[in-house]
Design a binder for this molecule. Structure first.
Ligand SMILES: Cc1cc2nc3c(=O)[nH]c(=O)nc-3n(C[C@H](O)[C@H](O)[C@H](O)COP(=O)(O)OP(=O)(O)OC[C@H]3O[C@@H](n4cnc5c(N)ncnc54)[C@H](O)[C@@H]3O)c2cc1C
Length: 378
């Protein structure tokens, strides 16, 4: 292939694409806004599914490296009631198809698998424009530019490449999460550690949710979900950690103390993450020389699939380009026609499948269905 491939964004999607292209002997350049690989913590644990994320790692020839970073026992799952009663408890017997890894370690595997210089750090894209004949110009924040005959937007929720293909912009979902971390939980926060157990723990009520999991070591990482409009959160001063913690905890003051400890005993300042989504089924007409993968293409409210889908998009696009190196447009068409329904379907599965169920008889599905129906009846 003689086409110069330009990927914007060194998240899991963009790096998987670069790696799968490399496996097929196709060079690419990844431009990333962050100044270095360790410019920011990459966030918490991800479960990598055998039906999407792991398929991408197979295509990237990185399964051995992936297996080496799996956190044993973390597929345990429990549901609790707000009063702390355990409603459902499933141990990790080692047979599950969704092993958990630290996101930062997974990203490092991908970075280590690329030729030196593939990722150009500190290149924040400020704009893109069409030059015709399938070529595009990318402008960076420092005013420099590159032109590309195949441009791939892997630059996440607020993609600067997306406007070349679509006028869609993410909209607020009506829900945000507040992230908290509790370190050395078994010794310093034993009641919360016991409530969370060995893997993930979910408490779900209408408009208020707690999702927590045990990360590497005995760190507890919690997402406190609140269904409130943006201005409700804007009224809270998140720059003042104590004030923000107290305000969020107030919403859970009738919950069991071992659960509210996941908010009040936070060892880091609580971080607000407003959740945005593109319209379900977002798609575009083919535009020569440019496409999108991952959140740039199909940002949705977190449902446990986003990173997995981003990786699969990267792998599938890489394979499509390798299969048709002399017909880029045919490769992009094949990739997009499979990606559009795949990502729309994943949003539909939000809920039961997102929490590890694959059978109509699965007790988790039954519980989630019951909880969802309860929510709808309120
Ligand atoms: C609270 C929360 C929890 C989640 N939990 C899970 C989970 O458990 N499992 C799961 O599968 N998914 C989860 N997701 C979703 C997942 O994080 C995303 O779907 C996934 O990261 C998308 O990958 P991506 O490569 O498309 O984009 P990103 O990971 O967003 O990567 C985009 C990259 O592009 C770079 N970039 C952005 N703008 C520019 C620019 N202008 N110029 C250059 N570079 C740029 C960014 O710095 C970044 O490195 C969660 C999301 C949230 C918000």
């Amino acid at each position: 292939m003689t086409t110069d491939i330009t990927i914007i964004g060194a998240g899991l999607g963009g790096l998987t694409l670069a790696r799968v292209l490399h496996v097929h002997g196709i060079p690419a350049t990844v431009y990333e806004a962050e100044p270095s690989p360790d410019a920011r913590s990459q966030g918490g644990m991800l479960d990598i599914h055998d039906y999407n994320g792991q398929l991408a790692l197979e295509a990237a020839d990185l399964m051995d490296e992936f297996r080496a970073i799996i956190l044993e026992g973390r597929q345990a799952l429990r549901f609790l009631a707000p009063d702390g009663t355990v409603l459902f408890d499933k141990v990790d017997d080692g047979t599950g198809g969704r092993p958990e890894v630290q996101r930062g370690e997974l990203r490092q595997i991908l970075l280590d698998s690329l030729p030196a210089g593939t990722v150009r750090w500190g290149h924040k894209v400020s704009g893109t424009r069409t030059l015709g004949d399938g070529r595009h110009e990318v402008t960076f924040a420092d005013g420099s530019t590159v032109t590309s005959s195949l441009l791939v937007g892997a630059d996440g929720a607020w993609s600067r490449v997306r406007p070349l293909l679509s006028t869609a912009v993410p909209e607020y979902t009506g829900k945000s999460v507040v992230e908290t971390y509790l370190f050395d939980a078994d010794t310093r926060h034993p009641a919360a550690a016991k409530a969370v157990g060995g893997g993930s723990m979910i408490v779900h009520t209408p408009g208020r949710e707690l999702f927590a999991h045990r990360e590497k070591g005995d760190t507890l990482h919690a997402y406190v979900g609140l269904s409130e409009p943006r201005d409700w959160f804007d009224a809270i001063d998140f720059a003042d950690a104590a004030v923000a913690t107290a305000r969020v905890a107030k919403e859970f003051d009738d919950w069991a103390p071992e659960l509210t400890a996941l908010i009040t005993d936070c060892d880091t300042a609580p971080v607000l993450r407003a959740l945005y989504a593109l319209p379900t089924g977002h798609r575009w007409d083919r535009v020569p020389g440019v496409t999108l993968i991952g959140d740039a293409a199909h940002l949705s409210a977190p449902n446990g699939e986003g990173a997995n889908l981003a990786m699969l998009d990267g792998a599938e696009l890489g394979k499509a380009l390798a299969a048709q190196p002399d017909d880029i447009e045919a490769a992009l068409t094949a990739y997009e026609e499979a990606m559009f329904p795949r990502s729309a379907e994943a949003v539909m599965f939000e809920g039961a499948e997102a929490h590890g169920t694959d059978s109509d008889n699965d007790p988790i599905r039954a519980l989630l269905t019951a909880l969802t129906q309860k929510e709808q009846s309120h």
